[in-house]
Design a protein around this ligand. Structure first.
Ligand SMILES: *Cc1c(COP(=O)(O)O)cnc(C)c1O
Length: 409
């Protein structure tokens, strides 16, 4: 593998044209689409229309005339094919953290005779914090955190819910979603999947995999904009029995009759809580239109190829720089990212940014590169590693300005 091979891959890339659908700063290589997706070119005009026409002119009438009230379900339906979800099993609402809490509570209620929420130690903090919050509210619930290699042994008849991230945010390791779901079902446990790092980039196949519940972010690979609303998935077979603990009026069967007591809406509508952010939904809807003709299998295939290039480029250009690849090398065992442990990961990340390559840093000591298959050419990944190799060789990362901490790493 060399740079010319990457250029050849770009010439034959069926996704090459998708790059034009995004605004990207000139000369920048963006390896952080896993943290904040890039801006689709159609989003500004769409937001301007919602602001000026629907809000400015339509005012409150737009809840009906511009379809605001149906926006969460409409945007959810647009997302469904990307996740392998049949209709009416998704809703857009709130943040991933909040949806995780809602679904974890609901899932544990479906297995009242069991106590354990089993999750991976070192998973994304919000998942653990919210599981702890549930345990604090409900002493019947016990949170068990285990190293990945211990999960299988601990998954037994005591487990109510297996809560896993499809792709680990720090290491990029990927769980086999279908296999773990089947394993959980064999012992009668339910699954709740966090798809933060897979929605919009990997095949999730939620229905075919038999997944019970799932949540994920709108602002990462889905490009919905900073703080975009989150999605949640409830398999059709659980929808009648699973309830939202946050009984807000938007999840009521008849919100606009203003009844004294709560009655859960049928289907996915009950997973809403309060008034949705219409501006944020409009940005997410515009982004999902960008994905309209794209097949998740094709996205995953290119993301894997980009990861292969990064690994090959590291081997070719940085063999002795002391990087430890935390991400599994086997393509099906990793997400669309590569995580490199290095004692100087932070100043290297800062120096990379100064040289026009945006990656990110996760403590302790991990340089993380995300591979959005829509934004990136194969050669971009090769070139990003070249930039890293140059600044490593030249010691440019030692400059004092690259040692300073930042609020958001
Ligand atoms: C990014 C991320 C989140 C973020 O949750 P928010 O509520 O959107 O802040 C949750 N879980 C995982 C695994 C993530 O990577």
């Amino acid at each position: 593998m060399n740079r010319a091979d990457c250029l050849a891959l770009d010439r034959d890339d069926p996704l090459a044209a998708a790059r034009e659908r995004f605004h990207l700063p000139e000369g920048l290589i963006y390896l952080d689409g896993n943290s904040l997706g890039a801006l689709p070119r159609t989003t500004p005009a769409r937001l301007a229309e919602v602001l000026e026409q629907q809000w400015g002119e339509g005012l409150v009438r737009s809840w009906n005339t511009a379809g605001w009230v149906d926006a969460p379900a409409r945007v959810a339906a647009r997302l469904a094919p990307l996740l392998g979800a049949g209709p009416d099993q998704l809703m857009i609402a709130d943040s991933t953290s909040i949806n995780l809490f809602k679904l974890l509570w609901a899932a544990t209620r479906l297995r009242p005779e069991r106590r354990v929420v089993l999750m991976e130690a070192g998973d994304f903090p919000t998942d653990a914090y919210l599981a702890q919050a549930l345990a604090a509210l409900d002493p019947h619930v016990h949170v068990l955190r285990a190293a990945p290699e211990q999960l299988a042994a601990l998954l037994d008849e005591r487990v109510a819910v297996l809560l896993l991230s499809h792709v680990h945010y720090r290491t990029g390791a990927r769980h086999d979603l279908a296999a773990w779901t089947a394993r959980a079902h064999r012992v009668g446990a339910l699954t709740l999947w966090d798809l933060a790092h897979s929605a919009g980039v990997l095949r999730c196949d939620l229905d075919n995999s038999g997944v019970d519940f799932a949540v994920g972010c709108g602002y990462k690979f889905l490009n919905g904009g900073p703080g975009a609303p989150s999605f949640l998935y409830v398999a059709a077979r659980h929808q009648a029995a699973a309830f939202n603990p946050l009984q807000g009026w938007f999840g009521h069967a008849r919100p606009f009759t203003f009844e004294a007591d709560y009655q859960a809406a049928p289907g996915m509508a009950r997973w809403q809580v309060g008034t949705p952010s219409i501006l944020a939904l409009a940005a997410l809807e515009a982004a999902l239109n960008v994905f309209r003709d794209l097949d998740p299998a094709q996205l995953e295939h290119k993301a894997q190829a980009l990861g292969d290039i990064a690994l090959a480029a590291l081997e070719a250009q940085l063999p002795d720089a002391g990087f430890t690849v935390l991400t599994p090398r086997e393509p099906t065992a990793r997400g669309a990212q590569l995580s490199l442990a290095h004692p100087q990961a932070w100043p290297l990340c800062r120096a990379l940014a100064a040289a026009g390559v945006l990656a990110d840093y996760r403590p302790p000591g991990v340089l993380r590169m995300g591979f959005s298959p829509l934004l990136l050419r194969h050669v971009d990944v090769w070139d990003a590693v070249t930039v890293l190799a140059e600044l490593w060789r030249e010691g440019r990362w030692r400059a004092p300005q690259f040692q300073q901490p930042e609020t958001v790493p």
